[in-house]
Design a protein around this ligand. Structure first.
Ligand code: MG
Ligand code: ZN
Length: 206
């Protein structure tokens, strides 16, 4: 049973996105600092899984073997920097198939919850597109936008468009999200240690 889980989108969040789709392992290239950011999460005890729309499969632009090769490259490059993604959950359908797993539908997130046997309430989920966050909040995840990939258009804006979930937090990139999460969890650990200390001293003085 795990408790520290982060769910990441893939294209535009971990690797460079392309309007022509990422179709081969060669075209799969990580964004600066993204793999190191995942490694930092792992070292702090976080499990990381990917939830990704891969409609290029349904559109016939590449096959599952090509997708596996992309992910083999990702895993290999990650392990070279000491990082690890536990699993990649992907939707292989094209939009006109009306499946229940293509984000903004929540099917991939439900699969993740089932696999880990956990309620995803409060689990941080990160993506560069509104639909990533819509899928995330449908299962109670905490929505985080990275301003890379499709999210780059929101850089420098003081407010996100109204259709974004109200509790969306925006970060420059995946590395900035990880900075934020690790700082937050360190602060929480510190304050709970302090609370324990306080109750100890209260107990001894009684
Ligand atoms: Mg994306
Ligand atoms: Zn699907």
């Amino acid at each position: 049973m795990i408790t520290k889980l982060v769910i990441l989108d893939r294209d535009g969040t971990i690797n460079h996105d392309s309007d022509e789709y990422v179709k081969t392992a060669q075209e799969w290239t990580p964004m600066p600092g993204a793999l190191e950011a995942i490694a930092r999460l792992n070292h702090a005890g976080w499990h990381v899984v990917v939830a990704s729309n891969q409609s290029g499969l349904g559109r016939g632009l590449f096959d599952v073997a090509a997708l596996n090769a992309m992910h083999a490259k990702m895993h290999k490059m990650l392990s070279a920097v000491g990082g690890r993604v536990d699993a990649v959950f992907f939707c292989p359908h094209s939009p006109d198939e009306n499946c229940s797993c293509r984000k903004p539908a929540s099917g991939l997130f439900e699969q993740i919850g089932e696999r880990y046997g956990m309620d995803l309430k409060g689990v941080p989920a990160v993506g560069d597109h509104l639909r990533d966050l819509q899928a995330a909040i449908a299962v109670g995840c905490e929505p985080h936008l990275v301003m890379t990939g499709k999210g780059a258009q929101y850089k420098g804006q003081s407010n996100l468009p109204k259709d974004f979930p109200a509790n969306t937090q925006a970060h420059l990139d995946l590395s900035a999200f990880v900075d934020w999460l690790l700082l937050k969890t360190q602060a929480a650990a510190k304050s709970s240690a302090k609370a324990t200390q306080t109750s100890h001293s209260a107990g001894s003085s009684a």
